[in-house]
Design a protein around this ligand. Structure first.
Ligand code: BDR
Ligand code: CA
Length: 321
């Protein structure tokens, strides 16, 4: 038997976080060894319950879920994205609210510490919410950077517009100071920004295939994305559809999304109080020479993918691959 790669998912479980969890749970090469929650799409407490609801749907009540930060490093929470993910955070799609398993009694940081020790050198982290838990973990766990194999982040916008402000993407603007701490920590980091997540689009055709498969996880995603499509409306892509942000980052982590362009470049997060707050300033000047000769960056930034991930996602969720 091939050994599966241990993955910790740090998330603010909304609709696309749920897609990411379900995608990884159905993927052969990886094992979700724990989930930590953070405020963002909803409160960290609700996001932990949402993770448990999704895990229960997949029959994985054995995976521990720990509650993390309810507020950013600096200031207070400015909004929770219930307008994007529904009042329950999962598209109000009827997923049972009562869960068999309860959140861990450990905090997210305590749980990250435990997993980093247990899987030292092997642990991969998929960070698909605000980066507050990881920033706290970096400050509180000695030697954490050396114990983690890599961190894959859904967040930011390199050369694309933001989605929460003209310059900033939601996960980063929720806690820019934390994002800066995590991206500059010195561990191997991959950023999966809006440049690519807004170009890998779920459509009604994908929803139809999910809905008729007779697979609980697929039926749930079909139901939840009805709300998600409603949020994106016709404006984003000219048809009822949505991005699948966090799931795309999961595909990058498993290696099933092979970027067409993903240079290692310098990324700095704007932590000022001006209109650029939360922007990920990515040094993409290497575009002018096809990124040849770029060196010394702190982050691998996925700039281009081929648009086929939603199909892979659907096939994985219906059990076809
Ligand atoms: C990110 O923000 C959240 O609403 C999504 O779950 C995703 O992680 C996209 O900007
Ligand atoms: Ca998320």
């Amino acid at each position: 038997m091939t050994q599966r790669t241990p993955v910790l998912v740090d998330c603010d479980t909304g609709i696309d976080d749920a897609m990411a969890l379900l995608f990884l749970l159905a993927s052969d090469g990886v094992e979700i060894v724990g989930v930590t929650s953070v405020f963002g799409n909803n409160t960290a407490a609700q996001c932990a319950i949402n993770s448990l609801r999704v895990l229960e749907l997949a029959g994985r009540t054995d995976i521990p879920v720990a509650i993390g930060a309810e507020k950013p490093l600096v200031g207070e929470v400015t909004y929770l994205a219930t307008h994007v993910h529904g009042s329950d955070g999962l598209g109000d799609a009827g997923l049972p609210v009562d869960v068999a398993a309860q959140p861990s009694t450990k905090t997210a940081v305590e749980f990250i510490d435990e997993l980093a020790e247990r899987y030292a050198g092997e642990l991969r982290i998929l960070a698909i919410g605000p980066l507050t838990n990881l920033a706290h973990a970096l400050d509180q766990i000695p030697g954490l950077v050396g114990k983690v194999r890599d961190v894959v982040i859904m967040g930011g916008a390199a050369d694309a517009p933001g989605n929460q402000s003209p310059a900033a993407e939601a996960n980063i603007i929720h806690d820019p100071e934390a994002a800066q701490r995590v991206i500059s920590a010195g561990w191997e980091t991959t950023l999966v920004p809006l440049d690519v997540t807004m170009r890998e689009i779920l459509t009604e055709d994908h929803r139809d295939r999910l809905a008729v498969a007779g697979v609980p996880a697929a039926s749930f995603v079909a139901a939840a994305t009805d709300f998600y499509f409603g949020h994106y409306g016709m404006d984003s892509f000219g048809r009822r559809s949505s991005a699948c942000h966090d799931a795309l980052a999961a595909g990058v982590l498993t290696g099933e999304v092979v970027p067409l362009s993903a240079p290692v470049i310098d990324v700095v997060v704007d932590c000022t109080d001006g209109p650029g707050r939360g922007a990920t300033i990515c040094d993409t000047r290497g575009r002018y020479r096809n990124f040849t000769g770029t060196s010394g960056g702190n982050c691998r930034v996925v700039l281009e993918t081929d648009g086929t991930f939603p199909d892979v996602l659907v096939r994985r969720l219906v059990g076809a691959v």
